[in-house]
Design a protein. Structure first.
Length: 276
C-alpha cells in the first residue's frame, strides 16, 4: 500500500462527513500550529508588552484573550472544513443540542457572553482590586467563562463571569490609581484639638505607602458621648493591602499620642445610687 493510498484511506464516510487519514493529519497540524502561534503571542505579550510601564496591562490582556479566541475559532472552522463537515449541518445540530440540553447550557452561554462583555467594555481589568459580595480581591485572570480573583488571604476564587454583570461590583482601581480611605478614632475631652490634627496628619504623611498628593487631611467629626470624634483621610495606590496600611497608621498614632500626652478614652457611664 503506497503512501498516497494510505493518506487517501477513508476513516469515516457519511452524507455530511468525509474523513481520510490526510484530513486527520491536516486537522492535527492546524491545531498544533494554532497552539504554537498562541504560545508565541503569549511570549511576546509577556516579554515585550506587559513589562512596559506605559502599557495598560488590562488592555494588553484583553487584546491577547481576544486574539486567542479568534485564532481558536478560526482553527476549528478550518478543521471542520478540512474534514468536510458542512457548517449548515453543524449549526442545525447545535440548535437541536441546545434545545435538548436546555437550562444547563443557558448558564454556560450566559457566562461566556458575560466574559466577552467584560473583555470588550473593560470595566474590570487584570490587577484591578474589586469587591463582590463583600469579598475583596485582585483580578488575576479574566477567562472565557470564569474570572479568577485572589483574596487578601491568597485564596483564589473562580467566579462565573455572569456574576460580574448581574451583581453589584465595586472596582477600587477603575477610575484613578489612588483611592481614598480613612481611619476613625476618638480622643478625650479637654485634648488640644489642633495638636491632635497635627499629630494625625504627620502620622499619615510619614507613611511610605500613603500618597503625599493629595495631601492627607483630618476631619473633626463630632462631640461624642465619651470622646471627640476624628477621622484621618489619606490616599494610596495600595488599595489591596490598605488594611495593613491602616494597621501601621494606628500603631504610629498610638505611639505619637503617648508622646504628646493625648488620651484615647474608653466608654464611661455614671451610676447614681439613690438610697431610701
Amino acid at each position: 500500500m503506497s503512501i498516497k493510498e494510505i493518506l487517501n484511506y477513508t476513516l469515516v464516510q457519511t452524507d455530511h462527513l468525509h474523513v481520510t487519514v490526510y484530513n486527520l493529519l491536516t486537522a492535527a497540524f492546524i491545531l498544533i500550529i494554532t497552539e504554537i502561534l498562541i504560545w508565541i503571542i503569549h511570549r511576546v505579550f509577556k516579554k515585550k508588552i506587559y513589562p512596559k510601564p506605559n502599557i495598560d496591562i488590562g488592555k494588553s490582556h484583553t487584546i491577547y484573550q481576544l486574539l486567542k479566541y479568534f485564532l481558536w475559532i478560526a482553527a476549528i472552522l478550518f478543521v471542520l472544513q478540512t474534514i468536510g463537515l458542512k457548517v449548515t449541518f453543524l449549526l442545525a445540530g447545535s440548535a437541536a443540542l441546545l434545545v435538548g440540553l436546555g437550562l444547563g447550557l443557558q448558564e454556560i452561554f450566559r457566562d461566556i457572553v458575560s466574559g466577552l462583555i467584560l473583555l470588550f467594555e473593560q470595566n474590570m481589568k487584570i490587577n484591578d482590586v474589586v469587591e463582590i459580595e463583600n469579598e475583596i480581591g485582585k483580578v488575576k485572570e479574566i477567562g472565557f467563562r470564569t474570572t479568577k480573583i485572589e483574596t487578601r488571604d491568597n485564596i483564589i476564587h473562580i467566579i462565573p463571569n455572569s456574576k460580574f454583570i448581574t451583581r453589584e461590583v465595586i472596582n477600587w482601581s477603575h477610575i484613578e490609581k489612588l483611592t481614598r480611605f480613612s481611619v476613625d478614632l476618638g480622643v478625650a475631652y479637654g485634648s488640644d484639638v489642633r495638636l491632635v490634627e497635627k499629630v494625625l496628619h504627620d502620622c499619615a504623611i510619614n507613611h511610605k505607602k500613603i500618597a503625599k498628593k493629595p495631601d492627607p487631611f483630618v476631619r473633626f467629626n463630632d462631640f461624642g458621648d465619651s470622646s471627640l470624634a476624628f477621622q484621618i483621610f489619606f490616599w494610596t495606590d495600595e488599595s489591596f493591602y490598605v488594611e495593613n496600611i491602616k494597621s501601621d497608621l494606628r500603631f504610629d498614632i498610638d505611639k505619637k499620642f503617648k508622646e504628646n500626652n493625648i488620651k484615647i478614652p474608653f466608654p464611661q457611664r455614671d451610676v447614681h445610687i439613690i438610697s431610701n
